[in-house]
Every structure is written in structure tokens, then in C-alpha cells.
Write a protein that binds this ligand. Structure first.
Ligand code: GAL
Length: 680
């Protein structure tokens, strides 16, 4: 659990972004500070990729330029988020330690010339990291302008080389204690994989045909733990030096699944995330919400920080949303509504050249005489005016939710192994599809770990979590037994944590919870769907199900399973366990979830159902609550209720119009339905 005592400011929202002044002659720096001040920027992340400038030769340091940057920012009233530069070792390092360069699964050793060219397991790399971190903390650890430590950048670089093989073996010894136990867990009796010596064991490098799936998932568990250990080394050096600034590292969403976030969350003072929209269209809004809800949940309901988002344009394959500045503002408010302590961007000034030259900046290539920069001045004004939202409530989470979606990186890793019954079942899409449907239904959601605390939720949703360990099963059973409601997607709980199928009928781990038994999977093809008797449609999956205590809520209305149970409900203790034996298609999922939420007595915020394209999120604060109204649509919406919009300093009691593309942040003492809130 993040350490709430070491956190970002509660008196203001952080605003700014990555600042890489080493790209510019020093004359530009003074202008940068002036423009930052004009825009209300109060936080600059420096040093993220500065290793080559800070340590030009092994053991030779040059902090003069960073001293000047830090003083200039501090004198200008801009706080410093100081990064450790370890994501990009300099060329001299790779030449001195070629064994520390990363090796791909096919044995290709990469070279420097980009970034992230290191093997996290290489002793020389780890030692070099410790040295530079020590230097930084000795020099800047007690600087009054230091807001936070930003360790590394987006941990997630894998390696399959010899150092990693050795570290993987050490991790496996810890996990299994004996080779016999490892052989059992990995099921090496198949295909003559039996290991007689620890030295036989390799990372899952390129091989002839399918990898051993348990080995693959163990390798991902190991890589996450190894990167976490590397991060903790840095954190411990900083703490040992007595620096009081909170420590964070920037997670990367949405496409990366290289770390197991719940365990990382416990190691950090505050969580932060980099988030880049995955859609140019309106679905981008659901994506911002997805990120915000995930990170808040990994933070156990505590505030967190949006460390990076793109400005108005970005350059990444398949993802080049051009956002108008209004959308940038609405997205920023969406993250803040969900608990972010600010809005930071990548990056402050658009670069003149280099690999990311076409990635936008808060100061674009056009300079400050641009609508982009003027938009950022307006965002700075808004964040100043709504600063009081940063003070979190004394008790409970910063956003309240009745519904939780189960999330675990291992569920994703497992569904990425090959030759499953349906290789098109994609964990990230299933979880995101579930969250998206709740967003459209205007129902706030949290995410929970499989062994997380469920008791405050009225409904827990479990999208296709194929392996389940004892703790996950016990958590679900206890929750439902005590009166909770859970709804389980197909291909959940069919195997244990080593991905061994539980025999006797699917889904073996949770058969008694669900009161069903499935004998055969009938996965659906790419263009195949199946009608259900309740009018909904299933995709991806179907199965031959019989009842063992549950009752049928709908049956298959077509296809080879016509007439057999499709969805079920089971009383278990004082609660209810629902099972979906097929995946509701995008047109059906919202209706399915709304019915479940209604049955569970889930309330919408303020007791209102806003018009389509209007998002309402209630952020809980120390002295009041804040209703964020984000109008993503093209018609105005009228907000009426007891409060005051902090963006326009206007009361909402008699109604306030929020223009198309507009936003309001309403301070209120009463978010109950009885207060008579209306949005129309
Ligand atoms: C982030 C990364 C930044 C920059 C940005 C561009 O993931 O941390 O350094 O590369 O992407 O979109």
C-alpha cells in the first residue's frame, strides 16, 4: 500500500511535464522558466534521460548544468521532480560492459543508439545505477525545490541473456526450493523437458515450437520481481540518504503488461502513470477513465499522479490522436476527477530534432504564439482555481465505487500463452470492454486484486481470469458467502496458478461457487456469434454447461448448444454467483451489466443518469466533494444542484450550462440524490 505520509502536495495540483533542457542552448532556459510561470506550471520533471550528460565518463560527473537548471526552476517557483537517468545508459557504459546490453529471445544482442539498452539483471548495470543514484541524492536529496523522486522511466525492458538466465534460476530456486517441485509445476513430463540440473533451465528463448506455458508465465513473474528489486535498490539509497521527497516510478499504460502492479504499488510512496490515448475517436474518453480508475485502484483509493500524457499530438504506431486543446483539458480533468494530483505532460517544449521530434510539446514548434500554448495557459489557470480538490478525504477512497472489476497481470500473461482454446480471447480487451460498458452506463468502477478486499463492493466482476490460486478462490467464496455478488466470465478459474487444469469439469476452481459444471468448450470463430434466449448475443466462447445447484437465466438460442444453459445464477451462502458461459458482445455487455448492477442496488453518482457523452465523476475531498462534469458531446448540458463551479465561479443552484466540449468542477456538500441534482 502506498505510504500516504510521503505523498505529493495536498494544497495544489501539480502542473507541467518532462523538461529536457539539455536539448537547448542555455539562453532558451530562462525563456522556458518565464513561459512556465506564465502558464502556471509548478512542476518540471528533469533528468529522465540525462545520464550521458551527468556522467560523461565512468565515475566522472558533471552536475554544473543540472545545478543551474534546478536553481533556475526553484527561483522561478517551479518544483522539481527529479528522475534517476537509469533508463538510458550512455554509450561508454555499453562499450565498457557489452555483457550488460540486452539480448532478445532469438539471441540477438542489441546495441546502444536508442534508449533502454540494458539488461536489468547485469551486475555492472545495477552497480552503475546505484552509483549515479547515490550521486544524485547526495547532491539534490534535501533541495527545498524537490517535489518527488521519479525512479527510472517506465520499467519494462526484458532480456533473455546469460545474466538473466542466472537470475531466473535464482528466482526459481526461491519459488520452488527443489527441482522436483519445479518439474512438477512446469509439467516437464511432457515433451521430455525434465530438468536434472538448475543449469539446464533457460529463460523462454526462441525454440522450435510452443514454449512451456508455465515457464513463460514464471519468466514474466520473475522479470517483474527483478525490475522491482532494481527499483527498490534505488529507492533504498534515496531513503538511506534521508531525502524526504516521495518516491515514485512512472508506470506505462495501456499496452504494457511487463510488471505486476499490485506488488509494485506496495513498494512506492505514490503511484504515477504515463497514459497515452489509444483512440482518436470518442472512445479515447473511456480510455482516460480506464487509466485513472486502474491507477487509483492500484493506489488502494489514494491519490496518484498522471506523470505523462501527450499534448495535442503524438507519434506512435497506430496511435496518432490529434487532440484539440479542449480535449486535453477535459482529459486532464478526467484523470484529476479520478484521483490524480495533477496533470503532467510529455514534454514541455517540442524538440528540434531527434527520435521524438514530431511528438508535441506544451510549447509547440510554433512557439508561444500558438493556440496550443495559450490553451496550456488556460489549463494552468483552471488547475489553480480548482486546487482545493487536491486535499483528500480523511477516510475512505478518493472516489467511491460500488462495483469492482478483478484485475491481475498474471491473468493477462496467462491469456497471452499460445494454443489456448481460443487465442483471440484477449485479457486487456475483455477487462477494458467491461470497464467501457460501465463507463457508458455511468457506473463508477474500481479494480481489485484477486486476493483484494472485496467487502465494500456490491458487485465484483471477473473477466476471464484463467489461472486462480487458493487465495483468489477463498477470497471470492468468502465474499459471496457473506452476501456479495460476483459475476464470472468464461474461461475463469479453470486452472491453478501453475496453469494445471482442475479435472472433473470446468471451471474446476470455482465450480461449487458457481453451481455449474462444464464438460466441453465450444469456442466461437472470428465472425461467429451465438444468440441467447434473453435477446443478448455472445461472442468468442460458448460451452456445454450443466447445472449443479445454479438456475438458468438464459440459454443458447441457436448453434450446436441450442437449448442448453448459457448464463446462470447461483445462491451461495448469503450471496449470489452469476456465470456467463459466453462473452456478451459489445452491443449486449452494457445491458447485461446494468441488469446486474440494478439487482445489486448499485447507485449512480448524484442519483442521475447524465445524457450520452456527458461524464460525471465525484471526487471526494477533505472539506467538500467535487462533481466533475465533462461534456464530450456537441450539445450543451445544464447542471443543476447545490454547489459552485470552481472553473467559472458560478453557482449551480439555479442551473449552469456546460457548453459542448466544456467542463465544470462543482464544489458541493451534498451529493445525495435527495439534493435534487439534474443534468439535462
Ligand atoms: C513515454 C516515455 C517518454 C516519451 C513518450 C512519447 O512513454 O516515457 O519518454 O517517449 O512516451 O510518447
Amino acid at each position: 500500500m502506498p505510504n500516504a505520509a510521503r505523498t505529493f502536495s495536498h494544497h495544489r495540483l501539480l502542473y507541467g511535464g518532462d523538461y529536457n533542457p539539455e536539448q537547448w542552448p542555455e539562453e532558451v532556459w530562462a525563456q522556458d522558466v518565464e513561459l512556465m510561470r506564465r502558464a502556471g506550471v509548478n512542476a518540471a520533471t528533469v533528468g529522465v534521460f540525462s545520464w550521458a550528460r551527468l556522467e560523461p565518463e565512468e565515475g566522472v560527473y558533471d552536475f554544473g548544468w543540472l545545478d543551474r537548471v534546478v536553481s533556475m526552476l526553484h527561483d522561478g517557483g517551479i518544483g522539481i521532480v527529479l528522475a534517476t537517468p537509469t533508463a538510458s545508459p550512455p554509450p561508454w557504459f555499453s562499450r565498457a560492459h557489452p555483457d550488460a546490453l540486452p539480448v532478445g529471445p532469438d539471441g540477438t544482442r542489441l546495441t546502444h543508439g536508442s534508449r533502454d539498452t540494458y539488461a536489468v539483471t547485469a551486475p555492472a548495470y545495477r552497480e552503475a545505477c546505484r552509483r549515479i543514484v547515490q550521486q544524485l541524492v547526495d547532491r539534490y536529496g534535501s533541495h527545498p525545490g524537490l517535489l518527488a523522486w521519479h525512479l527510472h522511466n517506465e520499467y519494462g525492458t526484458y532480456d533473455w541473456g546469460e545474466h538473466t538466465a542466472a537470475a531466473f534460476r535464482r528466482w526459481l530456486r526461491d519459488r520452488y526450493a527443489s527441482l522436483e517441485e519445479l518439474n512438477r509445476a512446469w509439467y516437464t513430463s511432457f515433451w521430455s523437458q525434465h530438468y536434472r540440473s538448475w543449469e539446464d533451465i533457460l529463460p523462454p528463448r526462441a525454440t522450435q515450437y510452443l514454449h512451456n506455458p508455465t515457464q513463460v508465465v514464471d519468466f514474466r513473474r520473475f522479470m517483474s520481481d527483478e525490475m522491482l528489486a532494481a527499483m527498490c535498490e534505488q529507492r533504498d539509497i534515496i531513503r538511506a540518504a534521508g531525502s524526504a521527497a516521495p518516491v515514485t516510478t512512472n508506470f506505462m499504460l495501456p499496452t504494457w503488461n511487463h510488471i505486476e502492479q499490485w506488488s509494485w504499488s506496495d513498494a512506492l510512496d505514490v503511484l504515477s502513470v504515463d497514459h497515452y490515448l489509444d483512440s482518436e475517436g470518442p472512445d479515447g474518453e473511456t480510455h482516460a477513465a480506464y487509466a485513472g480508475d486502474l491507477v487509483r485502484s492500484w493506489s488502494h483509493g489514494e491519490p496518484w499522479l498522471l506523470m505523462e500524457q501527450s499534448t495535442i499530438n503524438m507519434t506512435m504506431p497506430q496511435r496518432r490522436p490529434h487532440k484539440d486543446i479542449n480535449r486535453v483539458i477535459r482529459n486532464s480533468l478526467s484523470y484529476i476527477a479520478r484521483g490524480s494530483q495533477g496533470a503532467l505532460f510529455f514534454q514541455w517544449r517540442a524538440p528540434a530534432a531527434g527520435s521524438e521530434v514530431w511528438h508535441g510539446g506544451m510549447v509547440p514548434h510554433a512557439g508561444e504564439d500558438s493556440r496550443t500554448y495559450r490553451g496550456f495557459v488556460e489549463l494552468g489557470r483552471i488547475l489553480r482555481d480548482i486546487a482545493e480538490v487536491a486535499a483528500p478525504p480523511d477516510d475512505g477512497p478518493v472516489v467511491a465505487a460500488d462495483v469492482a472489476v478483478m484485475w491481475h497481470a498474471e491473468g493477462w500473461w496467462a491469456l497471452e500463452t499460445k494454443h489456448l482454446p481460443n487465442d483471440r480471447m484477449d485479457y486487456a480487451s475483455l477487462v477494458r470492454g467491461t470497464h467501457r460498458a460501465l463507463w457508458h452506463a455511468r457506473i463508477p468502477a474500481d479494480f481489485v486484486a484477486p486476493d483484494g478486499a472485496l467487502d465494500t463492493y456490491k458487485l465484483v466482476l471477473v473477466p476471464s481470469m484463467f489461472p486462480m490460486d487458493d487465495a483468489a478462490v477463498a477470497t471470492l467464496e468468502r465474499y459471496v458467502d457473506a452476501g456479495g455478488r460476483v459475476c464470472v466470465w468464461p474461461f475463469t478459474g479453470v486452472a491453478d496458478e501453475n496453469m494445471h487444469v482442475v479435472a472433473g469439469g470446468y471451471p474446476g476452481r470455482i465450480r461449487s461457487l458457481l453451481g455449474v459444471r462444464s464438460e466441453e468448450f465450444h469456442p466461437l470463430g472470428p465472425d461467429e456469434t451465438v444468440p441467447l434466449s434473453d435477446g443478448t448475443t455472445g461472442e468468442l466462447w460458448s460451452e456445454y454447461l450443466s447445472l449443479d445447484g445454479a438456475e438458468v437465466t438464459s440459454s443458447y438460442a441457436g448453434g450446436p448448444l441450442r437449448g442448453s444453459p448459457a448464463t446462470t445464477r447461483h445462491r451461495y451462502g448469503s450471496g449470489t454467483a452469476y456465470y456467463l458461459s459466453t462473452v456478451p458482445d459489445p452491443a449486449s455487455v452494457r445491458g447485461v451489466l446494468e441488469r446486474l448492477c440494478d439487482d445489486a442496488g448499485v447507485q449512480r453518482p448524484l442519483g442521475v443518469r447524465p445524457p450520452a457523452d456527458v461524464e460525471v465523476v465525484v471526487r471526494r475531498g477533505a472539506n467538500a466533494d467535487y462533481v466533475f462534469v465533462l461534456n464530450h458531446g456537441d450539445t450543451p448540458v445544464e447542471v443543476t444542484g447545490p454547489g459552485e463551479d470552481l472553473v467559472t465561479s458560478t453557482t449551480t443552484t439555479g442551473g449552469l450550462t456546460v457548453a459542448p466540449g466544456g467542463y465544470a468542477v462543482v464544489r458541493t456538500d451534498d451529493t445525495t440524490p435527495e439534493a435534487g441534482w439534474r443534468l439535462d
